[in-house]
Design a protein around this ligand. Structure first.
Ligand code: NAD
Length: 434
């Protein structure tokens, strides 16, 4: 840990949020809340409403009604663009506030959340343009008596289930496009990081989005998420999260109304370094790829494949870079790696570090857990002598842990890269474009 925690910036009182229904923040039917603690400071920061199945039904009914009434889908692309542009401006206006609550709930560095929120405003601006250009196709090649027209129409009510690792970013990678198309939304954020989804719902109402088009239900996955996936009035589920829960989403949809599904799931991503690469640049990239968001990233580059003749030199360069990474208070603007977001994830990462050692890999950099009075922090860890059969090579650890495996030929690098149950991202460091 390279800095001590500064408690002067944590909120003096807990911020309470309800669920978001028909354009308003309201209490859930149960009237109960769960308290979210900052994973870096161990102090309570938000109170989030515990919604139940009744709340999901109300939110879906609201989204259904506003879709069927065409209060949003009936507007022109230009009118929808106006609302999305106004929302972008309001996100920019409230950037510091959104970034602050995102950092408090996730433990990620404030410099990163500020960057993410700014990127989110940009996505609203981009989507606003798209809402003006939605078009279809015509077929005048069907003979004299026939003319075919294909139009693009909104799917309807979209259930949007998001994870805790990029709560605002993942939300905004979807919401503006769903809205640009004319659909209505019931969002279900992770129970650990709900605040900024609720702030976005408020922003959308202020930007002129009709009531009932954006609803938010907060609570646990097995209750609220499951109910959303099983609800027959939902036409599509956009799910981002673990592969295991993704399978559940498919089953729930199959057992009800065969919703359209968008699934963004886990990853175990290779970063392949060839001996002709600029090794300094590659070491920067690999260090960033494993440390970004404390490795709690679906595209985290957690498997380093490196050409054998530069393996020693490259791993030394990598460790040199990792030694400079600033781990600490996420509210400090100079921090590069913050806290681990959930207790369960902290336990998972530490158990994989133990497993790696037990399976015979050599932990050649880092210590894993950083013991502090408050919060949960894990520093970068490098494992060498990693065989493809080991769990640290195969499983998504979702922490700042990288495994190093050598290769001798490009064919072997490709074989190792593809030797995974996941297929999300990959990077190659080489000057040889062939
Ligand atoms: P998770 O699967 O545990 O939870 C994701 C969301 O699903 C949460 O809102 C959760 O409450 C909800 N959920 C849980 N059980 C449910 C159920 N039975 N029915 C419906 N919803 C349910 O994932 P997480 O731990 O929040 O996030 C980490 C995972 O997300 C990692 O595997 C990561 O790779 C993946 N992820 C993927 C991408 C991508 O774009 N591919 C992006 C970010 C995260």
């Amino acid at each position: 840990m390279q800095q001590t925690l500064d408690f002067s910036n944590v909120p003096s009182s807990v911020r309470q949020f309800g669920i978001y229904l028909d354009g308003e923040m309201k209490p859930s039917q149960s009237g109960k809340f769960t308290v979210r603690y900052s994973p870096a400071h161990d102090c309570p920061v938000t109170e989030i409403a515990c919604a139940g199945i009744d709340d999901v039904d109300l939110a879906v009914a609201s989204a259904r009604k506003s879709f069927d009434n065409k209060v949003w889908s009936g507007k022109s692309g230009a009118e929808r663009a106006g609302v999305l542009l106004k929302a972008a401006a309001l996100i920019r206006e409230r950037q510091s506030e959104i970034a602050y609550w995102e950092t408090l709930e996730t433990g990620k560095p404030i410099s990163q959340t500020n960057g993410e929120v700014s990127g989110c405003a940009d996505m609203f601006e981009y989507a606003s343009g798209l809402s003006r250009t939605i078009n279809g196709e015509s077929y005048n090649n069907l003979g004299e008596q026939l003319f075919g027209v294909v139009t693009r129409e909104p799917v309807g009510v979209v259930g949007l289930i998001t994870p805790w690792n990029f709560p605002f970013l993942i939300l905004c990678e979807r919401v503006p496009y769903i809205l640009a198309a004319g659909c209505t939304i019931v969002a279900k954020p992770s129970e650990y990081t709900s605040a900024t989804t609720l702030i976005l719902a408020e922003i959308l109402t202020s930007a002129g989005l009709p009531n009932g088009v954006m609803n938010v239900v907060t609570g646990t996955g097995p209750v609220v998420g499951q109910a959303l996936c099983e609800n027959r009035n939902v036409d599509m589920i956009s799910f981002t999260g673990s592969t295991a829960v993704g399978k559940n989403v498919i089953c729930a949809s199959g057992e009800t109304n065969f919703k359209k599904l968008g699934l963004e799931l886990g990853g175990k991503n290779p970063q392949s370094v060839f001996s002709d690469a600029n090794l300094h640049d590659a070491a920067d990239g690999v260090a960033f790829g494993m440390c970004f968001n404390t490795g709690q990233c679906c595209v985290s580059g957690s498997r380093l494949l490196v050409e054998r003749d530069v393996m020693g030199k490259f791993t030394e360069l990598l460790k040199e870079k990792l030694g400079k990474v600033i781990v600490g208070d996420p509210l400090n603007p100079s921090t590069q790696m913050g806290a681990i977001t959930t207790d369960a994830q902290n336990t998972t990462i530490l158990s994989y570090i133990e497993k790696g050692e037990a399976e015979g890999a050599v932990m050649s950099f880092g210590c894993g857990e950083i013991k502090t009075k408050n919060g949960q922090f894990v520093g970068p860890v490098v494992f060498e002598n990693v065989h493809p059969s080991m769990s640290i090579f195969r499983d998504e650890i979702f922490g700042p842990v990288i495994s190093v495996t050598p290769f001798d030929t490009a064919e072997e690098a490709i074989m190792l890269a593809n030797d995974t149950d996941y297929g999300l991202s990959a990077s190659v460091w080489s000057k040889n474009v062939d």
